[in-house]
Design a binder for this molecule. Sequence first.
Ligand SMILES: Nc1ncnc2c1ncn2[C@@H]1O[C@H](COP(=O)(O)OP(=O)(O)OP(=O)(O)O)[C@@H](O)[C@H]1O
Length: 299
Amino acid sequence: MTTILEVKQLSKQFSDFYAVDKIDFKVSKGSCFGLLGPNGAGKTTTIEMLEGILAPSSGDILFNDKPITREDFQKLGIQFQHTALQDYLTVRETLMLFSSFYSKTLPTDDLIEQCQLAEFINVDHRKLSGGQKQRLLLALALINDPELIFLDEPTTGLDPHSRRLFWDLVNNIKAQGKTILLTTHYMDEAEYLCDQIAIMDKGKIIAMNSPENLLREHFKGALISLPKENLSASHNLVNVQFSQDSALIHTDDTEATIAALLAQQISLQGLQIKSANLDDLFLKLTGHGLQSQGEQQDV
Ligand SMILES: Nc1ncnc2c1ncn2[C@@H]1O[C@H](COP(=O)(O)OP(=O)(O)OP(=O)(O)O)[C@@H](O)[C@H]1O
């Protein structure tokens, strides 16, 4: 597969602190690459260097095998976490305003259709719901017909229906052969959309592969989940990790583990046997959860 973007030993230092610390990765043309990690992991700092917004402290960024240039930045599309839009403009007027900034643009009507904005085209953008606003920001990111599109936590705070709708739009864009670099806190989003993911924590990439291979690499057996309150300090168990509400036991032998729980008279009330997901992987690799603290969805 052709590599569209390559990052080598990329770092960003703020005073004496490394927000991004010597990371390496490659993004294949036509794929969706996910940068996954909790608040403060260094995701936004990384993509701001790739977008030309922040100067790297050290390292290289190659675009189509050559050091990235000013001209290359014109071939990027960026959906920021927050974009200040001109007040009092409708959705159509906003699209037309942004079109005027570029020499080459996609037809406004195509963007409206592609991002499912037809219903709101004459609505002041300030009246849009969270999901509608994200679709408008996606249309703005696509306006210059970019080769590589950056989506920075595009579904944070959206309700489940809006997130699903947004995922379908992203898959349609990918089906057109575009490359997407996505940052997200959500493991289900990464599992659904991404061909490759890099898990970041504290400025470093701690694991990288396809979601399926990562899970296969790190979880051979099953994951037994029990309500935390079923366990006490006197119980003697190995391979237990604690998330907010549950004790998670990784096991290659489910029957033997359940027998061990029963032998210690641990209640099996609320027990679940599940396959591991990226949240479990993150917990295993770092000892802390992937979801940011205090984050809420406006369901
Ligand atoms: N301009 C800056 N000056 C100093 N520190 C910064 C600056 N920008 C980011 N940081 C710090 O760098 C670290 C990484 O931040 P970054 O925004 O890249 O993380 P993130 O993974 O994108 O988090 P989030 O999911 O909250 O957006 C954080 O500790 C942040 O406080």
